[in-house]
Design a protein around this ligand. Sequence first.
Ligand SMILES: C[S@@+](CC[C@H](N)C(=O)[O-])C[C@H]1O[C@@H](n2cnc3c(N)ncnc32)[C@H](O)[C@@H]1O
Length: 258
Amino acid sequence: MGVDFDSDLGKLQRLMAESIAGTTRRNAILSELHIQSADTIIDVGCGAGHLLIHLAKAVGNEGIIYGLDPSKAQLEQANQRCSEFDNIKLIERNADETQLEVDSCHSATSTQALEYIPDVNPALDEITRILKPGGAFVNVSILWDHFKFYGAEQRLNEKIHDAFRAHCSHQMLPMELPGKLERRGFKNVKDKSLAFVITRRDDNSPALYTEAVMASFALTQGISEEEVSDWRSQLKKAEARGRFGFTSFPVITSAYLG
Ligand SMILES: C[S@@+](CC[C@H](N)C(=O)[O-])C[C@H]1O[C@@H](n2cnc3c(N)ncnc32)[C@H](O)[C@@H]1O
């Protein structure tokens, strides 16, 4: 069972998108895409549309931005966020069935979405199908094995992290992606680390939102409320003592269709 983005966890995911971690990713994606005015670009798994507005400004009125996501709740948020832009079109679909024309997009991008798709191959086939020759694909996915809290008692900490593995289908997608892209005819595949470390749990900290996501997910995996609340209070105490940490390791992968 994975994360249900239509639920309260979707709200936390949107808060994370608005945090510094989200901003850093969007800047990295915009710089890798080499956008031209009047381009057509798709954001696969666009969520609440934080990236769409930046893409829409970059392509101008002659361009088209598609935001695709199967979650109604996420697309409702995207619809509100993007209401001022006539050049953004939202598509409520899965990544493997965009229904766009062959060779219709100058580039495609996806942020922390492909790792949630159990069989990612049909989604990559679809992205390849709709990209024009020479088109760019820029993906950000997390190396979940390196997504870690520090500061709680080790056994309990590992228990909560182990439970969280079930939240997505691919723990280490950035390691699999280069081969998958090359086999589909992509060239010049490059990876770059967007890793970060946080040692405070302030109000708009991605660490605090992540902690909340992992805590509610642990409950769905049969971990007791007592253990989950112990884990959170241990992290809080660790922070007070100046020995708290959270590390995340997103990777940006870019490639061009040969
Ligand atoms: C962690 S959120 C990321 C959202 C957004 N890209 C961001 O960075 O804020 C993952 C998104 O992937 C979407 N998703 C899940 N399964 C999908 C699928 N099969 N095809 C496309 N998107 C999917 C979810 O609905 C969710 O909005």
